[in-house]
Design a protein around this ligand. Structure first.
Ligand code: TXA
Ligand code: MG
Length: 340
């Protein structure tokens, strides 16, 4: 279907968005993490259109968004005391609970799995949209499959123009990286790190493990199907530059940069440290000085690198603690695990 895609301020457009969703259309909307592409989670035809609009493989399940914490018990069963503790602590928020599914959400929405991923966004208009639609909203990030997640309405438009009727514009997303997806069907396992960190979770429930695929290439059968696909990729080739010998990281980045320049490329450095002055005179995006700032800016920066005509992105390796784990999970995927 070909639409004349409209962008409307979310405050003005939330009622219309909810009506469209209730009618089986799909609508892009802001959340505190990234923009979502939403449809009625109980309407299989509507949800099938999300998959086709995004070009998303059918075995990659969607997160179901709720507006009231009590809805968890309708969509899921066998909720353990630890799961309940984490849900109480992080709903609403950048936290997605994977639980045994009841039969309310159709299997096609869940990628054929017997679990369901549930999230309650910490965003007033997202909550209002869900509430007014009178249903649960299945929503992946509102990018074309494989592209960096959108953190503003323009980035949604760039990927989905003509394919959806409406984008609700809520400005820049506060967190800028997606939710933490956590398997709570037994002891908690982080399948995808995100806005709620492992450390935050551990303060609530003790030890939390992290799935193997988070920082490595995952193939074949994985617990979170999304982990095996190419992700977050701009047109430019992305490399993570890490310390590998005695050379300090900044010096190594400059050497790699100069080598690419000599061979006719147009590189840009994504600086993630406190001191970006070491890269002076070179093309540079300073993403911030904390992992939270870097997480908030990295997706839009990946898109901007293409717009600015760079063909190589050199990402300064950063710590894996706190939000750093989510940052490195996304960047390693966008780099196709190329580390220099
Ligand atoms: O912050 C977010 O989570 C955003 C906003 C829009 O809420 N949504 C989002 O959805 O990032 P998506 O589809 O781009 O990523 C969802 C991830 C995928 O990696 C998917 O494989 C995983 O969650 N997932 C969904 N349901 C699952 C399930 N039942 N079991 C394991 N993994 C699941
Ligand atoms: Mg996504």
């Amino acid at each position: 279907m070909n639409y004349d895609t409209r962008i409307i301020n979310v405050e003005k457009g939330v009622c219309e968005g909810a009506r469209l969703i209730a009618r089986g259309e799909i609508v892009a909307f802001p959340t505190e993490t990234v923009y979502g592409l939403g449809a009625d989670a109980t309407n299989e035809t509507a949800v099938a259109r999300i998959f086709s609009v995004k070009g998303r493989p059918g075995d990659n399940p969607l997160i179901v968004h709720i507006c009231d914490i009590n809805q968890v018990e309708i969509l899921a069963r066998d909720i353990s005391p630890v799961a309940k503790k984490l849900i109480d602590a992080f709903f609403p928020g950048a936290f997605t609970a994977v639980l045994k599914a009841s039969d309310v959400i159709p299997k096609s929405v869940r990628g054929g799995l017997d679990t369901v991923a549930i999230r309650m966004p910490a965003h007033n208009y997202a909550l209002e949209l869900i509430k007014k639609s009178g249903t649960y909203i299945a929503a992946p990030s509102a990018n074309a499959s494989g592209r960096p997640s959108p953190t503003n309405a323009r980035d949604v438009f760039a990927d989905l123009q003509g394919k959806i009727p409406l984008i609700l514009d809520g400005g820049d997303c506060a967190v800028g990286v997606e939710s933490t997806v956590c398997d709570l069907t037994s002891s908690p396992v982080i399948l995808r790190p995100g806005g709620v960190t492992r450390e935050m979770m551990e303060r609530v429930c003790g030890e939390v493990s992290v799935a193997k695929g988070v920082l490595k290439h995952a193939e074949g059968r994985v617990r979170s199907p999304g982990m095996k696909y190419r992700h977050y990729s701009p047109k430019a080739k992305v490399y993570v530059v890490a310390v590998s010998d005695q050379t300090p990281l900044a010096k190594k980045l400059n050497l790699v940069y100069d080598e690419f320049t000599r061979s006719g490329n147009r590189p840009v450095i994504f600086a993630t440290g406190v001191d970006a002055s070491a890269f002076e005179g070179r093309n540079l995006y300073a993403l911030g000085q904390t992992p939270e700032q870097v997480a908030g800016r990295m997706f839009s920066a990946l898109r901007r690198a293409d717009d600015d005509g760079y063909d190589i992105v050199l990402f300064e390796d950063t710590s894996l603690s706190g939000m750093g784990l989510a940052v490195m999970n996304r960047i390693l995927r966008s780099a196709g695990f190329s580390v220099l």
